[in-house]
Design a protein around this ligand. Sequence first.
Ligand SMILES: Cc1cc2nc3c(=O)[nH]c(=O)nc-3n(C[C@H](O)[C@H](O)[C@H](O)COP(=O)(O)OP(=O)(O)OC[C@H]3O[C@@H](n4cnc5c(N)ncnc54)[C@H](O)[C@@H]3O)c2cc1C
Length: 494
Amino acid sequence: MPKVVVVGAGIAGLSAGIYALKSGFDVTICESHTMPGGSCTSWRRKGYRFEGGMHWLNGSGDGKSLNRLWREVGAITGDTRVMYTDPFLVCDNNGQPVSLYRDIEKIEAHFYQTAPEDKANIRKLCRDIRRFARINIPITDIPRLKVREKKQLPLRELAGMIPALLRMGPLGNITTADYANRFRNPALRSLLSNVVGPGYDAISLFFILGCYVSGDGGYIEGGSLAMAGNMEKRFTGLGGEIRYGSPIDRALISGGRALGVSVREETVPADAVIVAADTLVAADALFDKPLEDPWVEAMRRGTDLTMNAFLCYGFEADLSGLPETAVFSLDKPLEYAGMTIGSLCFRNYARYPGYAPPGCSAVTVTLSKGDTYEYWKRAREKGEYETCKRELSDAVLSRLEAKYPAMKGKAAVRDTATPLTYERYCGTYHGSWMTRTAPGRRRVAYPCKVKGIDNVYFAGQRMMPPGGMPPALLSGRTAAQYLCRDFKREFVSP
Ligand SMILES: Cc1cc2nc3c(=O)[nH]c(=O)nc-3n(C[C@H](O)[C@H](O)[C@H](O)COP(=O)(O)OP(=O)(O)OC[C@H]3O[C@@H](n4cnc5c(N)ncnc54)[C@H](O)[C@@H]3O)c2cc1C
């Protein structure tokens, strides 16, 4: 069996490894960390579990084409419970709460009642959400590949997606903030610009809203680590080997072919290498000189980073009366890293078993606007990193407490992850976890290979903007397909 080495046991690496194994390759994954999952991760602190990766999963819903792939790679099994929060987002704008429900009729009625002045725009919004709810991502195969089992969507289903596809042009040219500003009601404006974040293009907004109202976008019980663990189990169950604590420092290339990789100066020979570490980092660091293919250059130029800070709090209080995901506007904006943050979004895991000791609640706050990598790097260089983290944690906590008195004085555990944290533990470029698509940018999938090296393949969320877990899964599958085609093997799904 041809021997394949995969760099990284994130979702993309595990996906590539599972499909390659099933198609008859001998696969070893080398992972720098001591556990699988990469950015799809969570961690424990003093009895609290903080979910630092997946918050919603595209493909959690039965009947979705992606669901079938998540099942193939073992991320979702017959025993998996999926949680569907409803409402999935509550926005409290200066005391005027407005919610996003999973039922589009309910959203429409609620919005009309909240903002009668926006009736025409609400009608258009709901029409577009209904259009996007019909999207079921087609699972395609690369050309000239022998595939044992094709996954084609029925024509009727493909035709049903045309109205959404036609809206992608106009929505792709504006940000979600531009879109939200069409509404006169401030609570609706705030809600809509906070679903994905104000800087993303408006396709991302509708993609997510459509996903939620179509019965998708759930949270897998056990979260990120359960999913990654399930995939690891599927991989090793098929005979794959994972070497943890094995950072790959070089792909060994000679005469236009990879001969293997080096791990802490030990050579691991291979007939092919799948690079599933962050592509932006790998393209600069894993080869004798930085890769210069036009698509790699385009990725360097076209990737907007999405990492600001991720704050975790363990409250000695039962917060199950508060919403699970909420945004609220700040009376006193948060000034930090040269930015002004006017609202906060938190997730409350009080109703999730196993996330906190009895009677207590785990809460996380994601600051996703702006790239703060250089700010944190400078803070570390000046020896002020811990102080800056504490100050940010204090500033966010004081605003949470002011808004929700049940939290006041109850924060027993705190933890703050910065871009440097994600860079250190997951090896991601500047600690960023997605590949934001700014308006006007084409959402193209990058090619899986570079010119001049026959047997190196690339997978990972960056390969398919805007990134996230489904692109990681799909790109791993695509890399395995290129591998099969080059080695003249049939592609077999688990
Ligand atoms: C706070 C947060 C919230 C998120 N929320 C969501 C969400 O709700 N929905 C969603 O779809 N996505 C979400 N994401 C994004 C999603 O988790 C990631 O985009 C996805 O998991 C990336 O997977 P990947 O396999 O491409 O890369 P990674 O997860 O980066 O995996 C790469 C792996 O390679 C390893 N590695 C790197 N370099 C080397 C090397 N030299 N040698 C060996 N191993 C190496 C790393 O340790 C890592 O394990 C979130 C991420 C974060 C951080």
